[in-house]
Design a protein around this ligand. Sequence first.
Ligand code: SF4
Length: 253
Amino acid sequence: MLRAERYRHFIEYFSTNQPNAETELHYGNPFQLLIAVILSAQCTDKRINQVTPSIFRDFPTPEALAAATPEKIFEYIRSVSYPNNKSKHLAGMARMLVEVFHGEVPSDINDLQKLPGVGRKTANVIASVVFEAPAMAVDTHVFRVANRIGLTNKAKTPLASEKQLTEYLPAETVRFAHHWLILHGRYICLARSPKCETCPINLFCRYYEHNHTEAALRRAEAAKAKKLKELKKKKQLDFIAKELKKRSVDKDI
Ligand code: SF4
């Protein structure tokens, strides 16, 4: 199947079945989403949703968070991954919002990346979710699932994956595709054991085509038969070699 066809099926399936896919992080405004996304690196959304309500309550504005020390913020996030670094990032991010961006979350991806704790992936999440920009945030799920389905081809880095996805997806679809891929990776196309047999998109998935379809089984059978044939041939050659050696020994005697 051509890549363009996979994209067509992908968009058709998900826009019909998950038209309103959205982030599972809880937030009430752009500032809160920024906090939640910074905290979510290498951590589950479930865990982040447990700690953010008290942060949002006690630090409702960038000014309030900017006035807090990293040590104070640490108390709120000690149960998430990398709390030391993340508390410093949150304090620095809030200070920069106040001092440089007038207390507003910027919409420009380059500006967003100037904030402590905000890399390209986080900047893309904020740009797409808050400002509805056609930005593709590539996390581990997006990277893996896009590659398995065949939406990306030989993409070695998240940036390469992002470039291919944004090149092929229509701009208005990019911000939804990000959630489609994440949710599919989180619940069906699991890293270690993808649920391929029950996956609703297996008919246009490259991984499935290569590993589960009749053609794949036929390929596997043919490879097995070839191997057996080679083994048999090797055994015959070994036998002949042994016989010849035996005969030459007999002759010598
Ligand atoms: S068929 Fe398997 S590999 Fe392909 S998307 Fe579904 S779960 Fe993932």
